[in-house]
Design a protein around this ligand. Structure first.
Ligand code: 1GP
Length: 258
């Protein structure tokens, strides 16, 4: 393996290591459409002082054209790894550390399962980013979200734990490195703990959970249910003081006894 490939395996390797230790992580999701340079600066400071583990950058729409600037500003002001969480193949910035290479395995829209990947593959590969294959499972969050509309694919019904479990198992056996259970940004109902628990009991790869989480208690309960990484975007846009509170709760989760 080339030296560069080893260096670029950092984020996936850290997710695996944390899972082994039972260390739960907090990812702050920043939508480039929702920040300007000043508000981004203050968000970055809060992430640094709260010791957020990752900053995810992405949005379902990305109307603005300043993804590179946003990522560069975060990299210039912090050492927190920046992970792209792209809503479309155009959301690639070589300045980030890694990219969640999402396949919408809960849907049956071939474009989001493989079509867009084929078209963007040379471009994504040449970005030099650490590419992390991610089984993306969208769960009904109680109201249509941007992701459910844009994806043109039915989400997993919120109470169908078996469907979520089988989808995650299939993703794992197809070789995906992460599972991301998402109720969609600003979801009315976040993913139920029962579903998180069922999925986490049936796959060994790290489990990311997000969508509609608005407080520290819910974040902690999700960790208890088996989530490895908690992602919050919308609620932080409304009240950035949540970063400190949620980070403290997630990091208070006891490590596994090895
Ligand atoms: C959305 O999982 C992320 O895709 C985060 O959701 O914005 O509701 O926190 P929120």
């Amino acid at each position: 393996m080339h030296q560069t490939d080893i260096r670029r395996m950092n984020i996936h390797a850290s997710l695996l290591e944390n899972k082994l230790k039972g260390k739960k992580s907090f990812a702050v999701l920043i939508d480039p459409d929702s920040v300007n340079s000043a508000s981004l600066d203050s968000l970055i400071s809060l992430c640094v002082s709260a010791k957020a583990d990752y900053i995810f950058v992405g949005g379902s729409l990305l109307l603005s054209n300043h993804l590179d600037e946003v990522v560069q500003q975060i990299k210039a002001r912090s050492r927190i790894p920046v992970v792209l969480f792209p809503g479309s193949p155009s959301q690639v910035s070589k300045y980030a550390d890694a990219l969640l290479y999402l396949s919408l395995i809960s849907g049956r829209n071939p474009e989001l399962l493989i079509g867009q990947h084929v078209v963007s593959a040379p471009f994504v590969k040449s970005s030099g980013l650490e590419i992390i294959s991610t089984g993306y499972i969208v769960v009904d969050g109680g109201a249509p979200t941007t992701v459910s509309y844009i994806s043109n694919a039915a989400p997993v019904p919120a109470d169908k734990n078996d469907i979520a479990v089988c989808t995650a198992m299939a993703g794992e056996m197809l070789g995906m490195k992460l599972i991301y259970l998402d109720a969609g940004s600003g979801a009315k109902n976040p993913i139920a703990e029962e579903m998180i628990h069922a999925v986490s009991q049936n796959v060994d790869i790290p489990l990311i959970v997000g969508g509609g989480i608005t407080d520290a208690e819910k974040a902690y309960l999700n960790c208890q249910a088996g989530a490895d990484v908690i992602v919050i975007g919308n609620a932080i846009e409304k009240d950035s003081s949540l970063i400190e509170e949620v980070s403290r709760a997630i990091h208070s989760y006891p490590l596994a006894r090895l």
